[in-house]
Design a protein around this ligand. Structure first.
Ligand code: PLP
Length: 427
């Protein structure tokens, strides 16, 4: 008997349970989504067996003729999707993409300027617990206490004072659009590179719903699995001045091409063999994103987020910055007298998943938090529209208001489960 034919029930029973969880519940985690059957099929394919260190046409292994075509397809599609001249589709994750960019562009000890983690930034933008804060010298900008908005002129002031080698924009929990032109002015004044990490809103940017970073930022990174609705992974692209921002030369006096430096920073700099099965799944997702119905999806994501935000505010919830331009929002629960941790734990009992999140100027620890983050991408993929968003807010409010009442929470869970039966997820 071939052991490989026996179903590993220990693992597959758990996968089945997770499928049930995803099917029964309302998914409001802003960084999550549901990929298509084709994305999953590509990722679960024989391509997982192949080693392919290098780039299409320049590999360190034989037998790469087919994966070369797969990877080239992913590159060509993503270039068309974002309108860029160069992309590397190999980073295993968003964090890996940012690590490769920093390895390519910075020396250990160089100064970087990023968005404060506790105001909505990401760990890889200079947090002391992350490589970016350990290897480089970070400083941070944040939002204004009164408005919850970034004051672009203040970033200029900080840049003048700190003189960073790199300014990083982009966030995990900022619901407003970015002024890339102002950031570029700040970067140019001090001779810094400008990196935009568009991991969260990348699908909305691809479809023209938000400002484009590509005119102003030298380098752009993104994850592929959030609003973009691909497999878990990362991606690096080059913006406007891409090939040689500062006239960089090699020791031999040759012009250094930024694309080549970035390619080298991904492999061999920070990674080994690329995950060609994941790259195939990225190619499928980019193909889906090139379709017109993906634009309809992104428009609905934005509309749904706006309805969520206005409905929450209508029920007395405090949304940081008073609304959203993208797919997410941060809710400060202090006026409701509950912590983010309690909200997360209570909502999960009603089969509603969100995540606790620090709010700007939070007085609670990251393990407790004063807020929660909510996003509209996954529920939009599921097929829910604006009137459904109003219902979601009512269900959340009911659950949080009765957080110590098991019966009420059980009733909400029942309503969620029954409702979602009309929105089947998997074939
Ligand atoms: N950058 C931003 C802005 C993010 O929000 C995230 C993920 O949360 C990442 C990078 C890291 O992505 P990954 O989890 O794929 O490493």
């Amino acid at each position: 008997a071939a052991p490989a034919r026996l179903l590993d029930t220990a693992v597959f029973d758990l996968i089945a349970q997770e499928k049930t969880r995803q099917t029964h519940g309302l998914e409001l985690i802003a960084s999550e989504n549901y990929v298509s059957e084709q994305v999953m099929a590509a990722q679960g394919s024989v391509l997982t067996n192949k080693y392919a260190e290098g780039l299409p046409g320049k590999r360190y292994y034989g037998g790469c003729e087919i994966v070369d075509q797969v990877e080239q397809l992913a590159i060509d599609r993503v270039k068309e999707l974002f309108g860029v001249a160069w992309a590397n589709v190999q980073p295993h994750s968003g964090a890996q993409a940012n690590a490769a960019v920093m390895l390519a562009c910075l020396q250990p000890g160089d100064k970087i300027l990023g968005f404060d983690l506790s105001h909505g930034g990401h760990l890889t933008h200079g947090s002391p617990v992350n490589f970016s804060g350990k290897l480089y010298q970070p400083s941070f900008y944040g939002v204004e206490k009164e408005t919850g908005l970034i004051d672009w002129s203040k970033i200029k002031d900080i840049a003048r004072r700190e003189r960073p080698k790199m300014i990083i924009c982009g966030a995990s929990a900022y619901s407003r659009d970015w002024n890339y032109a102002a950031l570029r002015e700040a970067a140019d004044e001090v001779g810094a590179l400008l990196l935009a990490d568009i991991s969260h809103p990348s699908a909305l940017i691809a479809k023209g719903l938000l400002n484009s970073p590509f005119e102003h930022c030298h380098i752009v990174t993104t994850t592929t699995h959030k609003t973009l609705r691909g497999p878990r992974g990362g991606l690096i692209m080059l913006g406007k001045d891409f090939e040689n921002p500062f006239g960089m030369k090699t020791p031999k006096g040759e012009i250094r091409q930024m694309s080549a430096v970035l390619d080298g920073a991904v492999f061999p700099g920070t990674q080994g063999g690329p995950l060609e099965h994941v790259i195939a799944a990225k190619a499928v997702a980019f193909g889906e994103a090139l379709n017109d119905d993906f634009k309809t999806y992104t428009q609905q994501v934005a509309r749904n987020a706006q309805v969520l935000a206005s409905s929450f505010m209508g029920m007395g919830y405090d949304i940081i910055s008073g609304g959203t331009d993208n797919h997410l929002m941060l809710i400060d629960l202090r006026s409701k007298g509950i912590s983010g941790k309690l909200a997360e734990n209570t909502l999960v009992r009603a089969d509603i998943t969100i995540n606790k999140n620090m709010v700007p100027f939070d007085d609670k620890s990251p393990f407790v938090t004063s807020g929660i983050r909510i996003g509209s991408a996954a529920v939009t993929t599921r097929g829910l529209g604006e009137t459904d968003m109003v219902r979601i807010v009512e269900l959340i409010d009911e659950t949080l208001t009765h957080h110590d009442n098991d019966t009420r929470i059980g009733q909400v869970r029942q309503r969620v489960n029954t409702w979602l039966q009309d929105y089947p997820l998997f074939a």
